[in-house]
Write a new protein. Structure first.
Lengths: 117, 109
């Protein structure tokens, strides 16, 4: 199946600093990428949807100035958590949607564990 | 807002038992997906159901999409410890997925 990678897999940063997470579709072109966050033992909450070359669409309650999303190419999207605080500590998962066969499918990355101290 | 409710939220059973997880919504979805997620990893797609009433089988797992495309169920026969994980259903509309709350399954040997 199609592969989506995330980098880094885990990161620890100090409060007030910014952290960038990369999401790459390795063997297909992702017309749309989604960013989710997941707290322990909870489900995935959609943060934003990004289409290549256009601004991301954020879900209600997600601060677009705090969670900067860039989808500069059909294989790369980045999520930057600006001025991180301990409450931003979470598991961030991206998914990429593209045509890998007769239909468009969505594939998930392995996630990035962010810990803000 | 499209909400998906999964039940039960937690399930702990012995190896060899059968179980069913339910995913219910008041919204109609163009398709519904089931995922399995292990701790510290991203969700892995198990199946996509598209047609109302559709039934799909994946070895010991049976997935059913409700006739009205608002609900779905996942049935596991003769559960094994390797089935342990978080099971998520996701309703899809216009290319966007809405996830259920998840069911944490523990299968004891």
């Amino acid at each position: 199946g199609a592969v989506v990678s995330q980098h880094p897999s885990w990161v620890i940063c100090k409060s007030g600093t910014s952290v960038k997470i990369e999401c790459r579709s390795l063997d297909f072109q992702a017309t749309t990428m989604f960013w989710y966050r997941q707290f322990p033992k909870q489900s995935l909450m959609l943060m934003a949807t990004s289409n290549e070359g256009s601004k991301a669409t954020y879900e209600q309650g997600v601060e677009k100035d705090k969670f900067l999303i860039n989808h500069a190419s059909l294989t790369l999207s980045t999520l930057t958590v600006t001025s991180a605080h301990p409450e931003d500590s979470s598991f961030y998962i991206c998914s990429a949607r593209g045509r890998t066969g007769p239909r468009y499918e969505q594939y998930f990355g392995p996630g990035t564990r962010l810990t803000v101290t | 807002t499209q909400l998906l409710e999964q039940s039960p939220q937690f399930l702990s059973i012995q190896e060899g038992e059968n179980l069913t997880v339910y995913c219910n919504s008041s919204s109609v979805f163009s398709s519904l997906q089931w995922y399995r997620q292990e701790p510290g990893e991203g969700p892995v797609l198990l199946v996509t159901v598209v047609t109302g009433g559709e039934v799909k089988k994946l070895k010991r797992l049976t997935f059913q999409f409700g006739d009205a495309r608002k609900d779905s169920s996942l049935h596991i026969t003769a559960a094994q410890p390797g089935d342990t994980g978080l099971y998520l259903c996701a309703g899809v509309n216009a290319g966007k997925s809405t996830f259920g709350d998840g069911t944490t399954l523990t299968v004891k040997p």
